[in-house]
Design a binder for this molecule. Structure first.
Ligand SMILES: C[S@@+](CC[C@H](N)C(=O)[O-])C[C@H]1O[C@@H](n2cnc3c(N)ncnc32)[C@H](O)[C@@H]1O
Length: 231
């Protein structure tokens, strides 16, 4: 499928799919959306609990599953946030259609995030081989899994899921009870899943498989988003 690099409203790049009229991120701002939906509502929310809960603290590492690794933006921002908070992160990004090298060269995340000192880590996130756990830094392990979401069979492994599939208009099969049951199983107890979607049908599918679901304020351009917790 044809892919084009675009600039979103906050100045950060994204990828546009003309055939689907779909973007990898919000047109209103890729970096803003990533911070709002995945870092603030996911990582920071979980972390607040993590540091006040000694049981979780002793495990020492936050494990994150990303549904749709794409441009690696969420992975890179998580790496940067992990550095700020001195967190150990074990990050798994699932992706069936990896972004190509010449597309990666056109992404402006390192400069937009004012993170030029971490350009080597951004490059490493993209250059490390697939399907093997790799050390991006001492505190950030990354496994890029070249896999279809439908094939995910993890059980009780993750603290946080960044659910960043394309929208239900183009991929309704990824917003179903069957997929959310996989997500529920993949999370540890008290684990959280966040997504930019706020659709009623998505919320109900999450609830049906056992999640407790909150509606939160959405990122710029979106009224609401969802956070699902495995209680
Ligand atoms: C919204 S984009 C992810 C954006 C990404 N999180 C980022 O920050 O760039 C959705 C991703 O899901 C991938 N994808 C679509 N269908 C898939 C499937 N069935 N299994 C695995 N990956 C899929 C696409 O190739 C795309 O990279």
């Amino acid at each position: 499928m044809k892919r084009e690099i675009i600039i979103t409203s906050d100045g950060s790049t994204s990828i546009h799919l003309p055939d689907w009229n779909e973007q990898y991120h919000s047109k209103h701002g890729a970096i803003q959306e990533a911070y709002h939906v995945f870092i603030k509502a996911g990582l920071e929310h979980f972390y607040a609990d993590f540091i006040s809960n000694s049981d979780k603290k002793t495990e020492g590492e936050i494990s994150i599953l990303e549904i749709g690794f794409g441009t690696g933006l969420n992975a890179f921002i998580t790496f940067l946030e992990g550095k700020k908070k001195s967190l150990k992160v074990n990050y798994v990004g699932v992706e069936a259609y990896p972004v190509l090298d010449d597309e990666i060269q056109k992404l402006n995340y390192v400069s937009e995030l004012k993170a030029t000192e971490y350009q080597p880590e951004f490059d490493k996130i993209h250059s490390v081989s697939w399907d093997e756990k790799q050390l991006i830094s001492d505190d950030f392990k990354l496994t890029k899994r070249k896999q279809f979401f439908e094939q995910i069979e993890d059980v009780n492994k993750f603290d946080i899921i960044y659910f960043d599939a394309f929208g239900a208009t183009n991929q309704p099969e990824l917003w179903t009870e069957a997929i959310f049951l996989k997500m529920y199983k993949a999370l540890k107890k008290e684990g959280v899943l966040t997504t930019y979607s706020a659709k009623g049908s998505v919320r109900r599918a999450m609830q049906t498989v056992g999640f407790t679901v909150e509606r939160l304020a959405g990122p710029p351009g979106k009224r609401e988003m969802l956070r699902a917790t495995k209680k």
